[in-house]
Ligand binder design. Sequence first.
Ligand code: SAM
Ligand code: SF4
Length: 446
Amino acid sequence: MKKLFIKTYGCQMNVYDSNRMAELLAPLGYGAVDGPEEADMVILNTCHIREKAAEKVYSELGRLRRMKEARQGAMTIAVAGCVAQAEGAEILARQAAVDLIVGPQSYHRLPEMIAKIARDGGHALETDFPAEDKFDALPDAGAAVGPSAFLTVQEGCDKFCSFCVVPYTRGAEYSRPVDDILAEARRLIERGAREITLLGQNVNAYRGVGPDGKTWGLDRLIRRIADSTGIARLRYTTSHPRDMTDDLIAAHRDVGALMPYLHLPVQSGSDRVLEAMNRGHTRDDYLRLVERVRAARPDIALSSDFIVGHPRETEEDFEDTMALVREVGYAQAFSFKYSARPGTPAAAARKQVAAEAKDARLQELQATLAHQQEAFAKSCAGKTMDVLFEKPGRKSGQAVGRSPYLQPVHVENAAHLIGTVASVKIAAVMPNSLKGELLRDEALAL
Ligand code: SAM
Ligand code: SF4
C-alpha cells in the first residue's frame, strides 16, 4: 500500500473534496495515514478565503520540503483547493518541492496527473474549469462514513460579493442533478450515515435537473431525499439570504428530518456596508426573513457569518451590526476581520479600515456573540432533545453526539448508541458543550 496524507483547510466543501480525492486514489493503491512523516503522497487541500488561511499553506509547504529532502525526494507533494486555483503558478515558483497543483474543479484528473509526472518527471498543473462534469468522472463514494456525512449538491457562486474570492476560485454556479444526489445519499446511508449535510457555496441557490427534466429547487430536493431515503437528519449549508424562498421556508415547517438550525450569513447590519458588499439585500430584508423563518419553525436556532472592517465601514455602521445581532439573537456565529483578497473589488477600495479599529470591533462583536451562544446553551438545560451519537468520548463508555442545534453533547454509558439518535436530557451546560443523561428507556437498553 502507498501512504496518502491529506490535510484539509477551510470549509466543509473542502472536507467533502478531500474524502473524494482519497476515494479517487484508493484504486491506485493509496491508503490514508494520519500524518505526513511517512506518506508517499501529501495533499494540502487549501483555503483562500482570508490571507491567514492562504499563508498557512506556504509555511506548511516549507515544513514538507524539509521532510521531502530528508527522505531524498521520496514524497509527492500536491496542492489542491482554492489557493492552488488562485496562486498555482506562484506556488510552483515559490516552492520547488511541489509536484502537483490541482484546482477544486479538476481534482478528478489527479490519477492522470500522477501518472504523467511518474512518466515524464517535472510538475503538473491543472487549474482549468474543465467542460466535463467532475462529479461524473469521480468514482462512486464507497468509503465507510461516520454517522454524519457531507454531500456536495451545488458548487460555485455567481453573486460576486465585493470581498469574496469564491466566484474566482470555485467558478460559476453549478447544481448536480437530483438523481445523482439521491444515489449518493443512498450510498452514504448504506455506509452508516444517519445525518447528511447538503453542501454548496450557495446551497439554497440550488437549481438542479429533476427526474422529470424540470429544474428543482433545494426545497424539492430536501423533500425528496427525506421521503425516499427515510434519513434521520438533514441539514444544508451555506445559504444566502437572497435565495431563501418561501418554498424552502415551508420545508422547515413540513420536513421533520430537516434540523431546526439555519446558518444564514448576514455579514453586516448596515445598509451602507451591505450595499458596498454587493450583498443584494438590506438589513430590513434580512430581519423580515428571520421573522418568516421563525414563524414557520418557531424552535429554529440561527447562526451567521459577520465581517467587520469592510472598506467604508464606520463606527456607526458597526453599531448597526451590533444592533442587528441584539435584535436577532444567535445560537452560534462566525465572525472575521475583513481580509483584502487580491482581485476582488473591495481590495481595490481606497478607504480601508485601520487594523486597530478592526481589532476593537471584532472583540466587541465576538463578546456579544459568545454571550448569546452561552445564553442559548443555558436555555437548553433541563430540556430533552434528540442526539445523534457520532463517536466515543474520552471516558470509557462515554459517547459524544450532536444536538439538533449542532452543540456537542457528552453522555455517559452511551457508547452502544453510536450511530443512532436517542433522547437525552440536558443535565449541565459546559463552556463549549452540553452534558446529557439518557432517558430511562435508553438507559434500560444497556
Ligand atoms: N456563501 C456564503 C455567504 O454568502 O455567506 C459564504 C461563503 S465564505 C466561504 C464563508 C465566510 O467567509 C463568509 O460568509 C464571510 O463571512 C467570510 N469571508 C469571505 N471573504 C472574506 C474576506 N475577504 N475577509 C474576511 N472574511 C471573509
Ligand atoms: Fe462569496 Fe458572496 Fe458568493 Fe458567498 S455569496 S460565496 S460570500 S461571493
